[in-house]
Ligand binder design. Structure first.
Ligand code: ADP
Ligand code: MG
Length: 348
């Protein structure tokens, strides 16, 4: 769904630049709504009609994905999950097969901290529903029962487009990496149409291509405990920056906050981390790695980053200390000073 009509900033650019001799900036911005998120598309130097058509194609793609990959609304993923729960095999869509294979790769490389078969646990915590979860957290017994059922995406067998599992407790949830995959597909679609200077931004998780005219794109990274900007970074050419935060989805009970990034080892929301930002070329990897490093936490993220092949990381811990790789430290600019800054090498 395109929720705002096209906003060409040509006129604004003219206004801002009146009186100076630089050429008119031509930034075209439009918003799409899918997966419960606003997706901002920014194109530079594209004629309006062509920009509109390109964004329409991206919107159609998003609506299809929303329908097919939704974790708790009727659709292809729901059909697949129901079949697995019933111990049946099912013929599914190639896009779902692709996502399962990617998810299996991330589960392996993260040592199980990223687990796309975590759907039943997310349900237990009330994170597979439109409205925020409420009430007390699930009982220890129910969490223990989930831990005992030990679901893993590696227990899925894929034969062409036919998927089955010998563990009916496997329930797929693509929430930790589908957004990244979609951003990548949106960028591909735009580039196929000859658009090479752009940002696709799904709620702060984004990829850029090219430049904003005569300068790089300037990107803000959110402060975990407020809506302010913690840091900024300039990107140009090709790059993606993804953040997982404890502020994205959560509920509060008896003064405690329970957020949506769950530690598959304990069954509880991952502790000690407030947010993780990852910068890399591949948006699906960036998305999965941000979630995995969030679970790994301040003591263990370096090992997991190395295993997943991530060089640029910013982790903000529960005490508002920043943990940074040297590669990212060189490029990032703090707009607000964290409590402490630790620069740590990622060891391969
Ligand atoms: P956000 O960008 O909204 O912070 P993330 O990319 O961190 O989101 O993904 C969080 C989502 O990933 C959750 O809503 C859930 O669907 C899923 N998820 C939660 N914990 C895990 C986990 N340990 N492994 C894989 N997916 C997870
Ligand atoms: Mg993620």
């Amino acid at each position: 769904m395109i929720i705002r009509i096209a906003l060409s900033l040509t006129a604004l650019g003219l206004l801002l630049l009146a009186g100076c001799s630089r050429p008119v900036q031509d930034v075209y911005q439009e918003q799409i709504f899918a997966f419960g998120t606003v997706i901002d598309i920014t194109l530079y130097g594209v004629e309006e009609k062509r920009a509109q058509q390109a964004v329409q194609a991206v919107d159609a793609m998003y609506q299809r994905q929303h329908r097919d990959w939704h974790a708790w609304q009727r659709g292809l993923l729901m059909d697949l999950n129901n079949a697995i729960a019933a111990g049946k095999s099912i013929h599914t869509d190639p896009s779902i097969v692709k996502l399962i294979q990617l998810g299996q790769g991330f589960e392996r490389s993260s040592g199980g901290l990223f687990n796309p078969a975590i759907g039943n646990l997310l349900r237990l915590w009330g994170f597979q529903q439109d409205d925020p979860a409420q009430g007390p957290p699930p009982s220890r017994e129910r969490i223990q029962r989930w831990l005992d059922s030990a679901p893993s995406s590696l227990q899925l067998q894929i034969d062409g487009q036919v998927v089955s599992s010998n563990n009916p407790a496997v329930r797929l949830d693509f929430g930790g990496f589908a957004k990244g995959y979609s951003v990548g597909k949106a960028v591909e679609l735009l580039q196929q149409r000859g658009i090479n200077n752009l940002i696709v931004n799904a709620g702060g998780d984004l990829c850029v291509r090219g430049r904003r005219g005569d300068r790089p794109w300037r990107i803000g990274i959110r402060q975990p405990d407020s809506s302010g900007i913690l840091a900024s970074i300039e990107l140009e050419g090709s790059g993606c920056i993804f953040t997982s935060g404890n502020y994205e989805r959560y509920f509060e009970y008896n003064g405690r906050r329970y957020h949506h990034i769950l530690d598959p080892r304990s069954g509880y929301p991952a502790e000690k981390t407030a947010s993780v930002t990852v910068l890399t070329q591949d948006p699906t990897l960036a998305d999965a790695a941000a979630t995995a490093l969030f679970v790994a936490g301040p003591d263990n993220w370096q090992t997991v980053a190395a295993r997943m092949g991530i060089q640029d990381v910013l982790l903000i811990d529960e005490h508002n200390s920043a943990w940074l790789t040297p590669a990212l430290a060189k490029r990032i600019h703090f707009e607000q000073q964290p409590a402490d800054i630790e620069i740590v090498q990622v060891n391969p």
